[in-house]
Design a protein around this ligand. Sequence first.
Ligand SMILES: [Zn+2]
Ligand SMILES: [Zn+2]
Length: 235
Amino acid sequence: MPLEPAPLQRRAATRRRWACPTCDGVKLAPERARKDDTRTYCLPCSEKSGRLVKRVCEVAEARRSKQKEKATERAKRAKIKAREGYIVAGFDFERELARLWRHPAVKTARRNSGRATPKLHIRRGAAPTRSYCGLAHYSRWEIRLLTWPGRTVGDLLGTLLHEVVHMVGVRNHGPAFGRTLAMLAEAIYGIDAWSGVHERRGDWRGVQSILDAQLEVRFPGADRVIDETTTAAAG
Ligand SMILES: [Zn+2]
Ligand SMILES: [Zn+2]
């Protein structure tokens, strides 16, 4: 005798409360009810207003708002963490970069006047590397700085200005580089990094070393020595 096939069993979907936003009427329907399921609309309210009044599935709504809350919290934490990443030895390098980019002297030097402030990326290393202490990444429109314990804020500031010179459009370390660096050092920090290198006119290294040394002495807080070793933060 052939076995009778077992009746097809379909698990009934759990029914949830669907509340009307305008009256206190509630109907039970599955959370994933079809879009045109009449239980997901408040018919009396629809009749009254002349437009379809959609009910809200309470559990789904609660879950959504909880997820939203979590996402907001995550975004807030990420923002705080990113901000901390821009502050080295108490000095906010992102704020300084924004100030530099807005500065009239930088605006004059900019060959790409319309561009937004470059992004900043600070990496905390345990020791100096040979490869770079700063980098102007054109395609990402980003300035990268590398810190390590023992480096001073002034030294890092000098590197920041160096990368800004690249970002305004002076890509090579040619004579224009030294001139632009010296011009900005004078206009922004009031440092004459040019006179001392007359005999080596155009040598940006001379300008850079005077700038770095002078920044440490003359810029408030720039003599602070970096002692952070964390590799975390801004990425
Ligand atoms: Zn209603
Ligand atoms: Zn360079």
